[in-house]
Ligand binder design. Structure first.
Ligand code: KIV
Length: 306
């Protein structure tokens, strides 16, 4: 493991208490999304602190054009796969749009389902207002909740699109009130998305819970990015706050093109990719096949390949 990817494995599984200690010590919290088993294994190996099975899976792996259509069934299936690859980071499952807004009962049922079926340690939900009541109800029912304020993609249409929030005093006060209410409701952490750094700083200073920023500058207790954005798997116009650290899509394209080229040219498979067989076994096979072709009722005696 490189020094840039210091692990947290030696300290054991990341807990909510550990996150609070990290905030107190000014130790940045690293959070990333993951939607499948290999990505979870990589997050484990690198030693991130929190893995979020974000509803951004809707866009990143399910091909929807927003996070609105993804449902509990899909989210729990993805979260289960992530759980299998993860031991140390805290695992948070996003509650998808429509799974918690209507009532506290629905919110509790969805949160408990996410935790029971997928093995997530906590859930995340978006927004203030009634979401604060939902968060409190879920917490009272025994499931830790991460809040999410600022740009909340599930309600982006109502917010005027996928754009920065809190850029006027009026609007910033609303973001701050949402964050403070979620903090008071007992959220163990709060994501602040797409808010000017100076605004995020004022909000951050008023909260007890560790904050995780995405497009909120470097004033929060930690940072989150969508794995497919930072790894260069997603294409197209990226949000201002995205930094691309790798070109996984380019690498995959290079590999797949090379494979296709070699299949078409006959270069693959090469001698190193084929199984061998003893000449005596081949001779016997030839004899048996010729008896078969000559119409005998000889029965086949297949053995499984090694
Ligand atoms: O769904 C998601 O990926 C998120 C993060 C961007 C915080 O909510």
């Amino acid at each position: 493991m490189s020094s840039a990817s210091r692990g947290n494995q030696e300290k054991g599984p990341v807990t909510i208490t550990r996150l609070a200690e990290m905030k107190a010590a000014g130790e940045p919290i690293v959070m990333v999304t993951a939607y499948d088993f290999p990505s979870a294994q990589i997050a484990e190996e690198v030693g991130v602190d929190i893995v979020l099975v974000g509803d951004s899976a809707a866009n990143c792996v399910l091909g929807y054009d927003s996070t609105i259509p993804v449902g509990m069934e899909e989210m729990t299936m993805l979260a289960k796969a992530v759980r299998r690859g993860l031991k140390t980071p805290l695992l948070v499952g996003d509650l998808p749009f429509g799974s918690y807004e209507a009532s506290n009962e629905l919110a509790i049922a969805s949160a408990q389902r996410m935790v029971k079926e997928s093995g997530c340690d906590a859930v995340k939900l978006e927004g203030g207002g009634t979401s604060v009541d939902r968060a409190k109800a879920i917490i009272d029912a025994g499931v830790p909740v991460m809040g999410h304020v600022g740009l909340t993609p599930q309600t982006a249409t109502a917010l005027g699109g996928l754009k920065a929030q809190g850029r006027t005093a009026d609007k910033a006060v609303r973001v701050a009130e949402d964050a403070i209410s979620l903090d008071r409701a007992g959220c163990f952490s709060i994501v602040i998305e797409a808010v000017p750094q100076a605004v995020a700083e004022m909000i951050n200073d008023r909260l007890t819970a560790p904050t995780i920023g995405i497009g909120a500058g470097n004033v929060t207790s930690g940072q989150v990015l969508v794995l497919h954005d930072l790894a260069g798997i997603n294409t197209g116009k990226m949000a201002k706050f995205v930094k691309q650290y790798a070109d996984v899509r380019g690498e995959l394209k290079r590999g797949l093109s090379a494979y296709a080229g070699e299949v078409r040219s006959g270069a693959f498979p090469g001698p190193e990719h084929v199984y061998s067989v003893e000449p005596s076994e081949l001779d016997e096979l030839r004899q048996r096949l010729s008896r078969e072709n000559s119409g005998s009722d000889y029965s086949w005696d297949w053995e499984p390949l090694p």
